[in-house]
Ligand binder design. Structure first.
Ligand code: B12
Length: 455
């Protein structure tokens, strides 16, 4: 299929294998759809569909399920997931907060799974490592109905903690890393069907678009203009998950924006790039120029922080012209630890970048800066100083609570200082627990929240 052609619908009469792709439930103390969609799984779905397979998609996190009584959505596409309190898993039993399953009712899931017919293979994705119990519940629900159908698990949790996933999810096989290089062989292995993907797994320009059209609605579209990150921040696992940097051509990424807007009326786009502004001269600038030249009424959001160093007056101006609506910057800390943490930003660069954005025409309310809270050994009074720095620039501090991640440089320090056995139990890495603070200092955290929120 050429991009721009109508995607083929699964033909129930076809004898091609039937592959069901599943986005699992989230189990957590809190979750919200802040532009969060399983883009990796939907890339796979798009590729398999292009190879002529029958592909069905089941989204446990569907906010627009036909059985849902409320389908709230803000104008920019975000919204609350359906939520059902469930008993916390044993290791979290003592935590004084309500633990919930986020997503659709398991009975709707079972009914949908029965109605799409027996799959030949099920592909389940995963995101946060500490959401693995939601993955296990999803796989159990599949196995209850189709015990003999093989289930493959991939995604971020599967890549970061494959051994754990093998033991604790019930998947028949756990696959690490990017699917483009492995999934076709796996499909052949499980179904015997010969696949001819017809594209180079190292060339993102050749990938079919992620199959967002398989969702019941498309409130917004996440965009990846590149994969991988040139930085090696101590707290981040990007280099493990995407070891090679791959960039799309600016015209290829811009054509995807036009595709979703023209075909499906999508107006909101959220960048998932780790480093949208890296190599801006050949990447972001020509991309933004193309978007600005389209003169469409589009809104772009950067829930994954932008690095501030590359923000020149020219880029700020292009961001305004392209339609950037919500901007999140990565400051992380303003106490001088930034260099030790990520070498991304120093105080003057931060202040200059904010000034450029405001001078280009952004409203203060559109810009926020992420501040990491709960790092190993962090003195929380330093967060107060960071909040102050951000406010003096006239923009909004956004607290981001540190999640210790295996295979990052900070992991060992996190394990050393944590009051939990992080290495033994991924549930303890949930940032709601503030696992690297000596004790959960709720009054102090509340104070920081109030400080950050105060005008
Ligand atoms: C985009 C993004 C987000 C988005 C949402 C993404 C989403 N899908 O919902 C936003 C900005 C909202 C977000 C928020 C957060 N994020 Co985030 N995010 C990312 C980021 C940058 C990219 C993920 C992505 O889409 N990659 C691109 C796709 C194509 O890759 P993929 O999903 O891995 O899929 C590929 C493979 O895994 C595989 N695959 C996937 N599924 C399957 C299935 C099968 C069967 C197979 C075979 C293969 C396979 O093939 C795919 C294609 O190659 C990653 C870092 C990274 N580089 O991965 C962090 C990352 C996932 N986030 C992380 C964190 C910590 C957070 C936050 C908690 C941050 C905070 N402190 O507030 C929040 C919490 C979100 C929440 N509670 O809902 C951590 C995860 C840590 C962990 N313990 O697991 C990461 C790894 C970043 C880091 N710090 O290292 N995030």
């Amino acid at each position: 299929m050429n991009k721009g052609d109508t995607p083929p619908l699964p033909d129930p009469m076809s004898n091609a294998p039937h592959i069901v792709c599943i986005n699992p439930w989230i189990h957590d103390f809190a979750a919200f759809d802040f532009w969060a969609k399983p883009i990796g799984l939907l890339y796979i779905a798009g590729m398999l569909r292009n190879c002529g397979l029958r592909v069905s998609y089941m989204d446990c996190m569907d906010r627009f399920h036909s059985m849902a009584s409320r389908r709230d959505s803000s104008a920019d596409g975000r919204g609350a997931y359906r939520k059902t309190p469930i008993p916390a898993p044993k290791p979290l039993a003592g935590v004084p907060a309500v633990f919930s399953r986020y997503g659709i009712d398991p009975r709707w899931f079972a009914a949908d799974l029965a109605s799409i017919g027996r799959p030949d293979l099920v592909l389940v994705t995963s995101l946060m490592t500490y959401w693995y119990t939601g993955v296990a519940e999803t796989i159990e629900a599949v196995k209850n109905m189709y015990p003999d159908v093989p289930v493959l698990l991939g995604g971020i949790y599967a890549t970061l903690l494959p051994e754990h996933a093998r033991k604790h999810t019930g998947a028949d096989e756990v696959v690490c890393g990017a699917a483009e290089e492995t999934v076709f062989r796996r499909i052949e292995k499980y179904t015997g069907f010969q696949l001819h993907p017809g594209f180079d797994p190292a060339d993102m320009n050749a990938f079919p678009y992620p199959a967002f059209d398989l969702q019941s609605e498309i409130p917004y579209v996440p965009l990846l203009t590149a994969r991988g990150c040139p930085n090696r921040c101590a707290y981040c696992a990007s280099h493990v998950l995407q070891p090679r940097r791959m960039c799309r051509l600016p015209e290829n990424a811009a054509a995807e924006v036009a595709y979703w807007h023209d075909r499906f009326g999508v107006c909101n786009f959220a960048f998932y790039d780790d480093a949208l502004l890296a190599d801006a001269g050949t990447h972001a600038i020509p991309f933004l120029e193309r978007i600005a030249a389209m003169k469409k009424d589009l809104s772009f959001h950067t829930p994954n922080a932008l690095h501030v160093r590359p923000i020149t007056a020219k880029i700020a101006d292009l961001m305004v012209k392209a339609g950037f609506a919500t901007i999140r910057l990565g400051l992380e800390t303003a106490d001088g630890r930034s260099r030790e943490l990520d070498d991304k930003v120093c105080h003057e660069e931060f202040v200059r970048a904010v000034r450029r954005l405001l001078e280009a025409g952004f409203d203060q309310k559109q810009i926020g800066a992420y501040l990491l809270v709960g790092l190993p050994g962090q003195d929380l009074s330093s967060v107060e100083a960071s909040i102050d720095t951000v406010k003096k620039c006239g923009i909004k501090p956004v607290l981001a609570y540190y999640t210790p991640i295996p295979r990052t440089r900070m992991w060992e320090a996190a394990c050393r200082v944590s009051r939990y056995d992080l290495a033994a139990e991924p549930l303890f890495t949930n940032n709601s627990l503030m696992p690297c603070m000596p004790e959960y200092d709720r009054p102090l955290i509340n104070r920081l929240k109030q400080l950050a929120a105060a005008g």
